[in-house]
Design a binder for this molecule. Sequence first.
Ligand SMILES: [Fe+2]
Length: 398
Amino acid sequence: MVLQQMANLEQTLARPGGGIAAEGAGDRSGLRPADFFSELDGSECQPTILILDDLDINRRLLRAMLKTAPYRVLEAKCVSDALKILEHDTVDLLILDLMMPEMSGLEFCQRIKSNRRTQLMPVLMLTSVQGIENEIAGISSGADEFLTKPLHPDVVRTRIRAMLRNKAAIDSLEEAETILFALAQAVEKRDKYTGDHCDRLAQFSVMLGAAMGLSRPQLVALHRGGYMHEIGKVCVPDAILFKKGPLTEEEWVVMRAHTTKGEEICRPMTTLAPVLPIIRNHHERWDGSGYPDGLKGEEIPLLARVLQMADIYDALTTARPQKPALSRQDTGQVFEDEVKRGWRDPELVALFLESLRKHEERAAADMAVHAENGDSRGVEEHFQNSLDNMRRQLLSGR
Ligand SMILES: [Fe+2]
C-alpha cells in the first residue's frame, strides 16, 4: 500500500495534481494576492553589487569603500566571469572599468544594456583616463554614472546609494508580476482536480518555514513560491499534462521542462528573484536523482526543499482520480519511506511532521476550549484556523 502510494506520489507531483490553486485562492486567509505581492519589494534584501575590473588592487579598493554599507559585493576579473555571474545571480548594480584587456568597458556596457534581462541594472563606469570625451563615450554606451579616478570614497558611496534607490523604484514598478500571478492561476485552473493546491502549498510551506525560524522575506518568498512554482506548465500541452496513462520519455522531457520554463518566465521580474530557486528546483531529490539540475543534499536551495515537503503532503492528502486521499496521520509513513529511499531531506521531514503534530495538538486544545462554549467546530476546522492565523500574522509582520 505504501509503495503504491509512493509510486502514485511521484506521478502526482509531476502531473497536474502537483500544484494548482483554486478560484479565490488567498481569500480564505485574508491575504489577497495583491497583499503578498507587495510584501517582497526587494527593499529588505541586501543589494548585490558586481565589480568588474581586471586589476586586483582596484577591486580591493572598491570593496573597501563599500564595506561601510550592507552590500553583498561580488567580483569579476574578466568579462567572461562577469557574464557567468550575471547569468546565475541577481545583480543590482555593476561597477565597470572602462579599460579592460578582453573587451572594452564601453562594449561590455552596450552589451548589458541591450540585453532585456540586464538592461535595467544600473552601471557605474570608472576610468583613470582624464578627458571629457571618455565620459561622453561612457554615458553614450549606456552607463548611468561615470567617475574618473582617483576616486573619493564618499562620492562613490553617494552615487551608488542614489543609483540603488532609483533601481528600487524601478523594481517596484514591475507590475507585470501581477500578470504573472494571473498566469500562474490560469495554469492551475486548467486542472479541475487540484482544487486550492497552491494555496495549501503556500500555507504548509510557511508553516514549516516558521518552524525553522526563517526570516520574513524568506516566508514571503515561500508563500509566493506556493502560487508560482508550476507556472512553467503553461508551456506543457494539455495532451501531455492531462494524459491518461504513463508518459513516454519524450513527453517526460516536456513535462520536466516546466521547472526551467517557469524560471525563464519569471526571471525578468527582479522582485521575483527569491522565488526563482523554488520554481526551478522544486523537483530535485536529496540523493541527486531529481531534475532539472540533479542537485544533491544541501545543494538544493533550502526554500525549494521546504516547498517540496508541502507539495508531498498535499499530494498525499488530496484525492485524485488515480488515488484516494490519505489521512494526515497516515502521511508520516510515506514521508519516512521517501527519506529511506534517499529522496528527501531527513531533518526537514522530521521538522515538518513535528510541526504538523504541534498544530494538531493546538487544534485539539482549541476545540476543547470552544466546545465548552457550545462551539461545534471540529478539530479539522480548528487546525485550518490555526494555520490561517499563523500565516496571516507572519506575513503581515505582526
Ligand atoms: Fe512541478
